[in-house]
Design a protein around this ligand. Structure first.
Ligand SMILES: [Fe+2]
Ligand SMILES: [Fe+2]
Length: 178
């Protein structure tokens, strides 16, 4: 299917299929199997979604967008997995360290960790470093970086949205029904 015709919901639904996509897995197997990447499972990103689950979704959506356009889907898949590799709980980070600008600083921390633990190309480094644009002033250098931006935003919205929906369901559940 042409990416232009995929709507957000469809992309998010399709992102659950990453584990059954051998072509995608071939691009990212080394990262998925790495202990440092797996350690993101202990940190919550948005709502109830861990950093690891968030990064996999962003990676697979960006991969599909790029694949449908004939862009560099391998780099998008790899940078997507590593774009939030900051390796701390950002909810408690400011309290623990006094560093209050996670939104601005985490792309560089993630890029430095990606370089430390994985083989990442200059293009992938740029995609990680620029993924918070326009919050951070410099835009991505490569078109694939915009696929990461877009995937990150729709995943973030969906994760926060489902958390709010779950909260309303619990809060509004009639008490007498248990
Ligand atoms: Fe991020
Ligand atoms: Fe993200």
């Amino acid at each position: 299917m042409n990416a232009e015709r995929m709507d957000r919901e469809e992309l998010i639904q399709k992102s659950a299929l990453w584990a059954q996509d051998p072509e995608y897995l071939r691009c990212v197997r080394d990262i998925l199997d790495n202990k440092v990447f797996q350690s993101m499972d202990q940190f919550i990103q948005h709502g109830h979604t861990t950093c690891k689950a968030h990064c996999i979704q962003v990676s697979y959506i960006a991969y599909q967008i790029c694949q449908n356009r004939g862009w560099d889907s391998r780099s998008a898949a790899r940078a997507g997995l590593l774009h939030d590799l900051f390796l701390y709980d950002w909810h408690t980070h400011a309290r623990e360290t006094g560093e209050h600008f996670h939104g601005f600083t985490h792309p560089r921390v993630a890029m430095e960790n990606a370089i430390r633990y994985f083989h990442v190309s200059e293009k992938e480094q740029n995609m990680i470093l620029r993924h918070m644009w326009p919050l951070t002033p410099v835009p991505p250098k490569y078109k694939e970086g915009y696929a990461i931006l877009y995937a990150d935003k729709i995943c973030g919205l969906a994760e926060v949205g489902s958390h709010i929906k779950a909260w309303f369901l619990v809060a509004l559940w009639p008490r007498q029904m248990g």
